[in-house]
Design a protein around this ligand. Structure first.
Ligand code: MN
Length: 715
């Protein structure tokens, strides 16, 4: 098929400076021709002309084999029966990825938008492309389509031209590919403002015809360079049409008033020669003060380097640019210059740090430090933490990459989120937890009868914006429910931290929290917890310290009780933790230490220090860092609960004897149980209050004296 066309085409890569695998390129061209067989372009030409031309543009940038082959195949997935898998099988997975990338970009629906939206669209294109070469193919594809735009309908001409001007030319500019950018702009202008375009073209023709000065200046420059023996190439360059057009519009100027219509460019071998040539030019013409720009000493952020000077000759102003060949390549080819570095044409390390400008061009954040990998793989992951998706109308929404469709709904509008009942991605119904990918079209299904967001959504959404909006809804719509929900979760948490507000003044305990969050009543606090404005884990530490302070204060205020009037609540105090003030202390339930026992403190997670007997088996294997020194407080007024087991022969008044013995010693009994054992023995378990270990011993001794009691032991 189309053998003639393909043979002609193959001369281009064969004659390129870059070394191409001509056989592989031929296979790709033939496969493309076969796949597009029978298809015609709007111009009536066979379709295969288009991919061949796109490939030629990329060969002029010396892009690599994979890129050229992918460009030949760039429309086969979209327009023919060929699948990505087939491309991968016939060529390579790498090439299939490139073709697939171009195909996906082609599906983005463009409508003219405000500037911020256009910027998001450009970012979305970059993010979707994933590989710089995909963007290069897309740009070349667009360039050829623009060159052949005349065959399209009026409406299509206009919308393609606008899209080119707003999206593709700026992308080419970002990538530093100036001549591709200029051609795109000039063609786009021709369709957007044909009259303005023609005027400038005419003015430029007239200008050339009447301007023999132009040729005189050019020969003056070449002669003086020759005289000094400097090897140099001199180019003259006319400002491209779109930039003249923009200058005339933006600065409201006539064509004649634009003095930098053309510029001369002198390209030399070495940097030092640039400055020699500059001196030479300033001798030859009159330098305009303040118009010298040294981008060699201070390169532009995109590493553009050159000397610019504006001079005058016979009252006529023009610009001269002086640079080395290498600087020139970078200025003209932008990111595409990379492939030349890669082939070592400048004899440089391909990972030359100079190429970091690529990242700068693409506005990479400084935290991306993998510059070398970026250059090696051409991977674009500039927006790794962002995802760009669009509404069915084509508005682009940028979200954090973890976002769910719920985040998307709230990003569109609060009411869309609140009334959301479902979502579609690319036309398919998805779950609310679904993530989105770059370029997805997301549609939110809403219903007026929706009951509002669910509380679970707070855990599903990733953006603070959506969280805040959901909380706000709960705050307004569900006060009763919030109070209930907040109250029960706070009570649960207090209980697990051994805080019982009934033991202290509830008002005093919560006052600081209420003040801090600007709340008035406890119900306000419960409600705020319910809708998520107050987090329990944030208020808990403060409540814990305040609680133990209040408990302590209460204990101090209580009168030193006479032996018989017992402070009922003081069953857990009496232990001082060395080095720590105000901490919650409780006696361990496993070994129940009493004063006089050797004790050790264990820092629990979230419920203060638990005090164990030093030999308690539960302490074995505990990290030493969590043990603290503790000692018994010196006081006779504190009581401790402990348990004694009494084994005895049963008789009718055994319990009466035990109780009267305890009563005589002013011992408070907290609990008592009795159980029949074998052979008519009984076991009485007494839970009693004592001050200390020695006190306990006295009690045990006294009990042993009771008739029929066999054994008294601490259990
Ligand atoms: Mn195409």
């Amino acid at each position: 098929m189309y053998d003639q066309l393909i043979t002609e085409f193959l001369k281009v890569p064969a004659e390129s400076n870059a070394r191409y695998d001509i056989e592989k390129i031929r296979q790709a061209a033939e496969f493309a021709a076969l796949s597009h067989e029978g298809q015609l372009r709007k111009s009536g030409e066979p379709y295969i002309i288009h991919p061949l031309e796109v490939a030629k543009i990329l060969i002029s940038y010396e892009m690599d084999d994979a890129c050229i082959i992918a460009s030949l195949l760039h429309d086969v997935i979209e327009d023919t029966a060929v699948t990505k898998e087939e491309v991968a099988r016939r060529f390579s997975p790498e090439i299939a990825e490139l073709v697939d990338g171009v195909t996906k970009l082609g599906r983005i629906n463009y409508t003219s938008k405000e500037e911020q939206q256009v910027e998001n669209l450009r970012k979305m294109l970059l993010a979707m492309a994933k590989d710089i070469r995909v963007i290069m193919i897309k740009l070349a594809d667009r360039l050829h389509n623009m060159r052949t735009l005349e065959y399209q309908t009026e409406e299509k001409k206009r919308s393609k031209a606008m899209e080119t001007l707003e999206v593709y030319a700026p992308l080419a500019h970002r990538l530093g590919i100036q001549n591709l950018k200029s051609e795109l702009e000039d063609i786009a202008l021709k369709y957007i403002d044909p009259i303005g375009y023609d005027e400038i073209v005419n003015d430029l023709e007239v200008f050339h015809e009447n301007n023999e000065r132009f040729d005189r200046i050019k020969s003056m420059i070449t002669e003086s360079l020759e005289k000094e023996g400097i090897q140099a190439t001199t180019e003259s360059r006319i400002k491209h049409i779109y930039s003249i057009y923009r200058k005339m519009f933006n600065q409201n100027k006539e064509f004649d008033e634009i003095y930098d219509l053309y510029a001369f460019r002198i390209i030399v071998d070495k940097t030092t020669e640039c400055y020699n040539v500059l001196g030479l030019m300033h001798d030859l013409f009159t330098a305009i003060p303040g118009r010298l720009k040294d981008y060699i000493a201070t390169p532009k952020p995109n590493m553009y380097q050159s000397l610019h000077t504006t001079v005058s000759f016979e009252g006529y102003l023009f610009e001269i640019q002086i640079r080395t060949r290498e600087m020139h390549e970078i200025a003209e080819l932008g990111i595409a210059a990379h492939w030349k570095y890669k082939t070592g044409r400048f004899g440089k390390d391909p990972l030359d740090e100079k190429l970091s400008w690529v990242r700068k061009l693409l506005e990479v954040q400084s935290d991306m430090n993998d510059g070398d990998d970026f250059i090696k793989t051409f991977k674009i992951d500039l927006f790794a933490d962002q995802v760009f998706v669009s509404t069915p109308k084509g508005d682009i929404i940028t979200l954090h990459s973890d976002s769910t469709v719920i985040d998307f709904a709230y990003a569109i509008h609060t009411q869309v989120g609140n009334k959301m009942i479902g979502a579609k991605i690319n036309g398919r119904i998805v779950e609310l937890t679904s993530r989105m990918h770059n370029g997805d079209v997301v549609e939110i299904i809403t219903s007026e009868s929706s009951g509002g967001p669910s509380r679970d959504w707070l855990n599903l959404v990733k953006t603070n914006e959506a969280k805040a909006k959901i909380r706000n809804w709960f705050k307004k719509e569900k006060r009763e429910e919030n109070i209930f929900f907040g109250k029960s979760s706070l009570e649960r948490e207090l209980k697990s931290n051994l805080i019982n507000p009934a033991n202290v003044s509830e008002q005093e305990l919560f006052a600081p929290v209420l003040t801090r969050y600007g709340l008035e009543t406890m119900d306000d606090l419960y409600a705020a917890i319910g809708y998520g404005a107050v987090s329990i884990s944030k208020i808990m530490p403060r409540l814990k310290t305040d609680y133990s302070k209040l408990i302590r204060k209460q204990a101090e205020q209580e009168q030193p009780a006479p032996q018989i009037v017992r402070p009922r609540k003081k069953t857990t105090g009496g232990v001082v933790v060395d080095d720590i003030d105000n901490c919650l202390v409780r006696l361990a339930g496993c070994c129940v230490p009493v004063p006089g026992d050797e004790i050790v403190g264990f820092i629990t997670r979230g419920s203060g220090v638990s005090v164990h007997q030093a030999n308690c088996p539960h302490l074995k294997g505990i990290e030493p860092g969590r043990l603290v020194k503790v000692h018994w407080e010196d006081t006779e007024n504190e009581y401790f609960a402990t348990t004694l087991t009494v084994d005895a022969l049963n008789r009718i008044d055994l319990l009466a004897d035990i109780s009267s013995a305890l009563a005589n010693m002013h011992i408070m009994t907290r609990g008592l149980s009795m159980q029949m054992m074998a052979h008519g023995d009984v076991r009485v378990v007494l839970n009693i209050e004592v001050h200390s270990l020695s006190h306990l011993e006295i009690v045990a001794k006294r009990l042993r004296k009771i008739k029929d009691i066999l054994k008294v032991e601490r259990s």
